[in-house]
Design a protein around this ligand. Structure first.
Ligand code: 3HC
Ligand code: NAI
Length: 695
């Protein structure tokens, strides 16, 4: 079927865009629209044109997949079509339903008239992709809705229901009921009106423009962070308000060109497509039948279990919460209630909703109460024997077909699955702390996990408003396996010459939410010590992280003990460098015979990020991650990797993999590095040699 259909309804031509999924304005659709307009212009029997989409989408905007490719500019481009619309000697009416976004709205703004359903969603969301509206939207929208509203829409990119804009000149008529019938009637009404109104001809004035834009600029700058797009958007609106139309268009054109070629927009578009790609598992068809999930259960009401239970209650799924002792259950429930109460205090939740959610969380001490749940998630101590006892009990009580999930962060999921007689129903659901807040959900696919279990938990993950990303089974799965390398390198940096505050400051300057040592103090240094001790036992010859071990031997477990890599004042999370820590570091360097040196911040950043990248490459090659962008989505949503850099793998792509591989080879000469640590992963070496990228 054609992506754009033309037909006549009496003397009115109807051009219908129908290019799934969202009428993205790719070249074939643009060609279709241009042909339709030409046909309408040619036919003397046609007096007016209606341009419309589908109930779901008038148009989702430019086809994002075309960006940075010659296709985007291939004629007819969006500007050509808008120019044709404005030059047409017959009125064109945009009939808007569903989403009308970005280039889609710009297309409508090029029409002479616009009619819409009240629930159509209107936005110029380009800023969310690090861009500005490049099809005249910044110049035409303010002429219809005013400077203030247009500025808000362009700088935030948020959708606004058409009904809310009904009083503005954006819409000539709001239609109730049948959109096409309404649009046709409107078109007949205006068919003879001349001159044809063009948005570009409307006057626009902003009183006290200089003061208005100075104040707006200060506000926008505060929120923009490292992203250049919001201020560029503002610049365009300012041009619309203060300069002739064509000059404003030139400001817009230059701004768009600057942004579309910049790294921040590349990162945001990578995140957009990466999130959607993460939903796809190549060997599991989209139409795989799902297991119904109407109820859930969580084992363990500790740090993680409580947050996990909240996720279910938040979307109305009843959840049983099981503990071994009443005190633990009471403590867990009190923490949950406190979390909700804080939301009420902040005005994010009503007391009524709090009560509803608490009522959905049903505490129990008895496994017998769980049997009918559709899914159970275990979040007990990270100890194989404890997990074994729990999964054996679950196997005994859970109904057939129930999904048995573990929140383990490091243990072998395939072993856990074999504690049951139904390993096909076992899957890893690795939440991140705080589990009710963090968006990432690492979905660990065991050797025997059934396909419909995978499909069901991926869908459930989205239902509880997480970003589910698939990982295979290995020590630490994707995220923690990589962070292990990053933390190990941070420790080598200390031994070689840096101090925790320098390492943290260097990586925080790059945009990380927290450096490795502040992060470790927050999570608890005993957690990684516990894992290290297991590694020492499993690999007897391995080099020990002496500095970190000594810190832990002194009970410096982090914020919870008032001291860790830093010291803390009671009730205050500010990290203060501590001479005791510095002495331990200097002592260990001395004992190892290391002549300490000043390490530049740029080298710290490279060594930390490339440690992630090199392990990430191994993970992709082993198939533990399905694709490099999955790793990036995990790091953006679970590990505080800066969004404007797009994740470790895209960061490496943008640096150039040949440079990354060369630096790894340099770092490999460091005698303090573990053997093989810096040897470029085969995939990295191969892509670097071929001049290719991960993404
Ligand atoms: N171009 C190409 N593909 C698009 C697209 C677009 N503008 N918008 C969405 N898609 C694709 C998605 O990639 C996805 O594809 P997949 O099924 O192969 O993964 C599919 O449409 C469905 O998307 P969602 O999963 O996001 O579906 P939803 O129903 O949840 O949301 C939406 C639909 C609200 C349209 C949402 O996709 C969205 O916000 N899209 C981005 C819109 C946008 O940013 N438009 C501006 C583009 S830039 C522009 O127009 C520049 C111009 O000013 C010159
Ligand atoms: P926690 O110690 O805060 O909570 C564990 C809870 O399980 C305790 O309340 C304990 O009473 C309960 N429990 C222990 N044995 C039990 C049993 N047999 N039956 C029922 N309840 C039992 O631990 P936390 O931090 O919540 O960790 C739980 C799991 O989540 C572990 O596997 C951990 O590796 C994983 N995890 C932890 C993260 C974190 O940041 N804390 C992040 C991601 C995963």
């Amino acid at each position: 079927m054609s992506v754009c259909a033309y037909r006549s309804e009496g003397d009115i031509a109807v051009i219908s865009m129908n290019s799934p999924p969202v009428n993205g304005l790719g070249l074939p659709l643009r060609q279709g629209i241009a042909e339709g307009l030409a046909q309408a212009a040619r036919d003397p029997a046609i007096t007016a044109v209606v341009l419309t989409g589908t109930p779901k989408a008038f148009s989702g905007g430019a086809d994002i997949r075309e960006f940075n490719s010659p296709l985007m500019l291939a004629t007819p481009n969006l500007h050509d079509i808008i120019a044709t619309l404005e030059a047409l000697q017959k009125p064109v009416v945009a009939a808007i339903s569903g989403v009308c976004l970005g280039g889609g709205l710009e297309l409508a703004l090029g029409c002479h008239y616009r009619v819409a359903l009240g629930d159509a969603q209107i936005a110029l969301p380009e800023v969310k992709l690090g861009l500005l509206p490049g099809g005249g939207g910044t110049q035409r929208l303010p002429r219809l809705v005013g400077v203030q509203t247009a500025l808000e829409m362009v700088v935030t990119g948020e959708m606004v229901p058409a009904a809310k804009l009904a009083g503005t000149a954006l819409f000539d008529e709001m239609i109730a009921g049948d959109l096409l019938a309404g649009a046709l009637a409107f078109a007949r009404k205006v068919a003879g009106t001349r001159p044809l109104p063009r948005v570009r001809d409307r006057a626009l004035a902003q009183p006290d423009a200089a003061a208005f834009f100075a104040a707006a600029r200060a506000q926008v700058a505060k929120k923009a962070g490292p992203f250049p797009a919001p201020l560029k958007c503002l610049e365009c609106i300012e041009a619309a308000a203060t300069r002739p139309f064509d000059e404003g268009m030139e400001v817009e054109r230059k701004g768009f060109e600057f942004l579309v070629n910049g790294p921040e927009s590349r990162a945001l578009r990578h995140a957009f497509f990466g999130e959607r790609a993460a939903a796809k598992i190549p060997d599991i068809p989209d139409d795989t039948p799902l297991r119904p999930i109407h109820s859930a259960a969580v084992i363990g009401a500790g740090t993680m279990g409580g947050g996990i239970a909240m996720n279910f209650a938040n979307v109305g799924i009843p959840v049983r919460l099981l503990e071994v002792k009443q005190e633990a259950l009471d403590r867990g429930l009190a923490v949950i209630r406190k979390n909700y109460e804080n939301q009420v205090k902040k005005g994010k939740l009503t007391q009524e909703k709090l009560d509803q959610r608490m009522a959905l969380i049903q505490p129990t001490l008895s496994y017998a109460d769980l049997g009918q749940a559709d899914i159970v998630i275990e979040a007990v101590f990270e100890d194989m024997d404890v997990k074994k006892a729990v999964f054996e009990q679950l196997d005994a009580v859970m109904k057939r077909g129930a999904i048995l999930a573990s929140n383990t962060s490091t243990l072998d999921l395939d072993r856990i699955a074999l504690f049951t007689k139904r390993p096909q129903d076992v899957v890893g659901l690795h939440f991140f702390s705080p589990a009710n807040v963090m968006r990432l959900l690492e979905v660990v696919r065991g050797k025997q996990t059934a396909k419909d279990v995978m499909a069901t938990v991926m869908q459930l993950g989205r239902r509880i408003r997480k970003l589910p990303v698939v990982a295979g089974v290995c020590d630490g799965f994707v995220g923690n396996r990589m962070i292990g390398k990053y933390s190990a390198e941070a420790l080598v940096l200390l031994e070689e010459g840096a101090l925790p505050q320098q390492v943290d400051a260097a990586i925080e300057k790059l945009g990380f939410a927290m450096g490795p040592f502040r992060m470790s103090d927050l999570a608890g240094n005993d957690v990684s010590w516990y894992i290290r001790k297991r590694h020492y036992a499993e690999h007897p010859g391995m080099r020990r992280a002496l500095i970190a071990d000594r810190i832990c031997e002194l009970g410096r477990n982090g914020q919870k003990t008032g001291k860790g890599w830093y010291s803390y004042q009671p009730g205050d999370r500010t990290a203060h460098p501590d001479p005791e820590v510095e002495k331990i570091i200097l002592d260990v360097s001395k004992e190892a015979g290391v002549t300490r040196r000043a390490i530049p911040d740029s080298e710290i950043v490279e060594r930390l990020v490339y440690a992630l990248v090199n392990e990430g490459a191994r993970i992709v090659e082993e198939g533990i991650a399905l694709r490099a962008s999955d790793i990036d989505m995990m790091y953006l949503n679970g590990y505080g990797f800066p969004l404007h850099l797009g994740g470790p793998m895209l960061y490496a792509d943008m640096q150039g993999l040949d440079k990354v591989a060369a630096r790894c080879r340099e770092f490999a000469k460091n005698p303090l590095s573990a053997p093989g640590f810096w040897e470029p992963a085969p995939l990295l070496a191969k892509l670097a040699a071929e001049g290719k990228t991960f993404n």
